[in-house]
Write a protein that binds this ligand. Sequence first.
Ligand code: COA
Length: 199
Amino acid sequence: MSVSPDPSSPFAVAPVRIVPMRKRHLRSVLRIDQQVYPRPWSLGLYQGELAQAEDRRIYIVARAGREVVGHAGLVLVAGEGHVTTVAVDPAAQGRGIGTRLMLVLVRAALDRGVGAFTLEVRASNDTAQRLYERFGFTTAGVRAGYYAEDGEDARIMWAHQVDTPAYRERLDDIESSLVGPPPIDEVRNARPAMLGGGR
Ligand SMILES: CC(C)(COP(=O)(O)OP(=O)(O)OC[C@H]1O[C@@H](n2cnc3c(N)ncnc32)[C@H](O)[C@@H]1OP(=O)(O)O)[C@@H](O)C(=O)NCCC(=O)NCCS
């Protein structure tokens, strides 16, 4: 679905600040995951991810006012960015927060020299697949029965040729199509040492 900017739209959102994920956000992150994922990550798993060096992980949260309304994460390996999670509070979905998170995540990864992105997504998850397709991901294969809890297949999606002006333009186009203000990106300007798990 394409949306045209309309400030009177009921979907228009207040400014969303996207900041590096910190330990103090984890309670909200876990609360969101418990609502949206059949097998949510544990606190220990997130703590382990946040303890990794900033050149190997990017974890971010979206804040509307004081509330954490979503988060996203990515693992950097050998010049590739593997998106591990994108999740938005069910009460805040469909307002462009997932798109804003992806914009900031992808740009932060490009700044670190990523040349391609990949991820797995449930075969039935049309909303997420449409989101990823807007960011240039296409399905490259299927992992049968990937999700152990219910045996659902995963689609493996890739976005290639992302270190190009054309891809940066694509991101700019996505940003201009947002209803409401662009994300306030506090990830890009964060000091590198702050991108890990500091408080
Ligand atoms: C997938 C997910 C992260 C998307 O987050 P979101 O904030 O709802 O995403 P967006 O609002 O940016 O986009 C969702 C839809 O809302 C539409 N939309 C966005 N802003 C809009 C606005 N202001 N007005 C009207 N529609 C809007 C988008 O066009 C999109 O429509 P489409 O699905 O028809 O293409 C969210 O659904 C989620 O958390 N799902 C559960 C977890 C999950 O499955 N994560 C993916 C794991 S691989």
